[in-house]
Design a protein around this ligand. Structure first.
Ligand code: SF4
Length: 313
């Protein structure tokens, strides 16, 4: 018998997937580089969120060697209604994962790498120590590579997130994902203000570390609620906001309410920039790790400009 990827969704209602509009199209690929990236991922026996979450950008990103590594296994202990990553009881942590990731980063010769993970509520520290070790080893073996972590919320794990900060990643990313009114249906295992608090605490502890968060639209939120999330993230001094279209992975996932037009993404971007984010990426195919390399360079430029302005005042 085949094991179900999402056992918690078996009894969920069947919601047919809406046809994609013309503007949601994956980009053309450089086939050779795509397969080189795939070979490095497979040979090192690694997991990527690009594959596990069935990301629409995989052809474009892997054609630029940009893969987002997913550590601590391929099985998540939460059951978010939007996510395609497998859920269930995860296995043991791989004690050699830090070596495998740092080797893959070297083989891909990356300037910037995004490292994310599944939620590991089964571990006392939510996997924070493992995260730290992976980042430290990757830095040690790749001193010129900048590192972005995209972490779980470490809910009910006390101060364990501070262990990740001890590794000094260049960017700390934690996605807020949706508006508070949808948390109970879309992200039932998480708490909106827990995620805001995490981002705020990171900034308080490491004021020079870039913080980043992202939301999906099309889940049933309204514009005022999105604007409220922007304000809450700015209150937490988040630097970089990503906004992308939710794509429903299967009929058992949270129903897609509507596709936003590219012009609506531009409008949201302008609103967010006016709220004071250093950088905003907002488009139908924006994902939190999409173009992370180029965006990191832009973030640094924006911060330098901001510092110059402050000195002139
Ligand atoms: S957007 Fe992120 S998750 Fe999607 S393919 Fe690119 S790197 Fe992978």
């Amino acid at each position: 018998m085949t094991k179900h990827r999402h056992p918690e969704k078996i009894k969920k209602p069947y919601n047919p997937i809406k046809k994609k509009p013309v503007w949601i199209r994956s980009k053309i690929i450089d086939t050779q580089t795509f397969f080189q990236t795939k070979a490095v991922v497979n040979q090192n026996n690694l997991k990527t969120v690009c594959q596990e979450a069935n990301c629409p950008n995989i052809t474009e990103c892997w054609s630029k060697k940009h893969a987002t590594f997913m550590i601590m296994g391929d099985t998540c202990t939460r059951g978010c209604a939007f996510c395609d990553v497998k859920t269930g009881k995860p296995g043991e942590l791989d004690p050699f994962e830090h070596i495998k990731i740092s080797k893959a980063v070297k083989e891909l010769n990356l300037n910037h790498v995004v490292i994310t993970s599944v939620d590991r509520d089964d571990l006392d520290d939510g996997g924070a120590k493992h995260f730290k070790n992976v980042v430290l080893e990757t830095k040690k073996q790749n001193p010129n590579t900048t590192i972005e972590v995209l972490t779980p919320d470490f809910l009910r794990k006390g101060d364990s997130y501070k262990k990740v900060l001890e590794a000094n990643p260049d960017v700390f990313n934690h996605n807020i994902e949706t508006v508070p009114s949808l948390y109970l249906t879309v992200r039932p295992g998480s708490r909106y203000f827990g995620s805001i608090k995490l981002l705020e605490s990171v900034k308080n502890i490491k004021p020079n570390m870039f913080t980043k968060s992202g939301i999906m639209v099309g889940l049933g939120e309204n514009k005022n609620e999105i604007i409220q999330v922007m304000d809450d993230l700015r209150t937490a001094n988040v630097d970089f906001l990503t906004i992308g279209q939710y794509l429903q992975p299967s009929p058992k996932h949270h129903p897609l309410q509507r596709y936003y037009h590219p012009e609506e993404f531009k409008d949201l971007k302008n609103i967010a920039l006016n709220k004071g984010f250093l950088l905003v990426a907002s488009s139908p195919l924006t994902r939190s790790s999409y173009h992370a390399d180029e965006d990191f360079k832009k973030l640094k430029v924006k911060r330098d400009e901001q510092l110059e302005c402050q000195q002139l005042q």
